[in-house]
Design a protein around this ligand. Structure first.
Ligand code: ATP
Ligand code: MG
Length: 198
């Protein structure tokens, strides 16, 4: 399977769809948010550094993030394809990912962009706050994360378009989780030559 980059605002469903895709196609899955939260939980030095940024809705510095990502990638079994969930979030991270993969004779595969209106994102994140109790899921920090997304991450969408690998899925059109998943599976299968046209 080709590698997959899942891209979208906080609360857009990156983790949810990544899990579905990983299960269906038996792919590796790297969620940088989950990696960082595990470090925090285990009280590591990296976790301590990460916590300062995450609790303020800010991004972890690129150089640190890129190292973490590369070592995670190398720890996964090769050949099945990997889903990158929450990485890259800046142009520098995207350039680094492209190079890291090229150095290993791999490529980025396809990018899946999730478009969801901001009021829906806020609703989901506040609901998740009640269920999971994540420290950064409070209204003030969520607003900061949206700002960071708009200023640092969203411009990457065009970068992926220029790479010719962007596939966009719009909640405003597809409207349900099932609708989104079906459309995403179809695109993945088409890209991997698994889909026989009806
Ligand atoms: P969701 O998972 O619901 O889409 P999210 O995108 O805000 O929401 P995570 O991807 O779990 O959540 O990220 C949580 C936090 O971890 C970010 O706000 C940021 O501080 C840090 N983080 C995660 N990935 C990166 C990254 N690639 N670069 C810098 N910081 C990151
Ligand atoms: Mg997530």
């Amino acid at each position: 399977m080709k590698n997959i980059i899942i891209f979208g605002a906080p609360g857009s469903g990156k983790g949810t769809y990544s899990d579905e895709i990983a299960k269906r196609y038996n792919m590796g899955h790297i969620s940088t948010g989950d990696v960082l939260r595990a470090e925090i939980k285990n009280g590591t030095e990296l976790g301590l550094v990460a916590k300062g940024y995450i609790d303020n809705g800010q991004l972890i510095p690129d150089a640190l993030m890129i190292d973490i990502l590369a070592s995670k990638y190398d720890s996964l079994p090769q050949g099945q394809g990997v889903i990158f969930d929450g990485f890259p979030r800046t142009i520098a991270q995207a350039e680094a990912l492209k190079k890291m993969l090229a150095d290993r004779g791999h490529d980025m595969g396809m990018m899946i962009e999730l478009i969801v209106p901001e009021d829906v994102l806020m609703f989901r994140l506040l609901r998740r706050a009640g269920l999971e109790g994540r420290a950064d899921d409070n209204e003030e920090t969520i607003r900061k994360r949206f700002e960071v997304y708009h200023s640092q991450t969203e411009p990457l969408s065009r970068w992926f378009e220029a790479e010719g690998i962007r596939h966009t899925f719009d909640w405003g059109i597809l409207l349900t989780k099932e609708g989104m998943i079906e459309a995403i599976f179809e695109a993945i299968e088409r890209e991997n030559g698994l889909k026989t046209d009806k």
